[in-house]
Design a protein around this ligand. Structure first.
Ligand code: AMP
Length: 217
């Protein structure tokens, strides 16, 4: 299975990718996660990417593409992959197409997680992450009530943190970038005959079942 999960920040790409990983045994390749890892390790790439990320802008294509090329060359990606957060603009989509053509492994489908902007905004402002294991919660819907808070993922007394780019001013920028740069990919993949649209305004399991139907038909 080789798929792209397309959707605005907050549409559930990360959560759904993890469920797909468990069901289909292929790795999730998230450029956001790879970049955050580079930032936390303070690598040269991370230091360069940090300013764009903190401002809610896209990191430059060359950096992201070299990261993707390296990641797709790893042995676990031979059996397939779920691309989460990549491509983010037409140039990246074209570069991906060329790369997959070289590898002889074209995409099977592109799943668009479709969600209203108002809902996205609330999901992002409410998003909190367990510092211990990275499990994602939302203060409006899923954070376990009561204090101290225990994480269902690692069982520890969790310290829930907010991603620096989930602050309201940065979120507005990220959604603007999505509309301007990433949304044109919907038409791009529609024209390529690869697009499947899934309504992402439902609970996690319902959305997952809709994705499964979309990839298996
Ligand atoms: P995400 O976790 O996918 O929301 O990504 C967090 C941030 O990482 C984005 O706001 C961008 O600054 C950067 N980023 C992630 N993926 C890409 C990409 N494909 N191209 C450029 N920047 C990216």
């Amino acid at each position: 299975m080789r798929i792209v999960l397309l959707g605005a920040p907050g549409s559930g790409k990360g959560t759904q990718s993890q469920l797909l990983v468990r069901s289909y045994g292929v790795p999730q390749i998230s450029t956001g996660d790879l970049l955050r890892e580079a930032v936390s390790k303070a690598t040269a790439l991370g230091l360069e990417a940090k300013a764009a990320m903190d401002a809610g802008k896209l990191v430059d294509d060359a950096t992201v593409l070299s990261m993707i090329r390296e990641r797709l060359a790893k042995p676990d990606a031979v059996k397939g992959f779920i691309l989460d957060g990549f491509p983010r603009n037409i140039a990246q989509a074209q570069a991906l197409e060329r790369l997959l053509l070289e590898l002889g492994t074209p995409l099977d489908a592109v799943i668009l997680l479709s969600l209203d902007l108002g809902v996205l905004f609330k999901r992002l402002t409410g998003r909190r992450i367990c510092e211990g294991c990275g499990r994602v919660y939302n203060i409006y819907t899923t954070t376990p009530p009561g204090a101290p808070l225990h994480c269902d993922g690692c069982g520890e007394t969790a310290r829930f943190i907010q991603r620096p780019d989930d602050r309201e001013d940065v979120i507005a920028k990220r959604l603007e970038v999505f509309e301007a740069q990433t949304k044109p990919l919907v038409q791009y993949y529609q024209d390529a005959g690869l697009l499947r649209v899934v309504d992402a305004d439902a609970d996690v399991d319902t959305v997952f079942r809709a994705i499964q139907r979309a990839v298996e038909t």
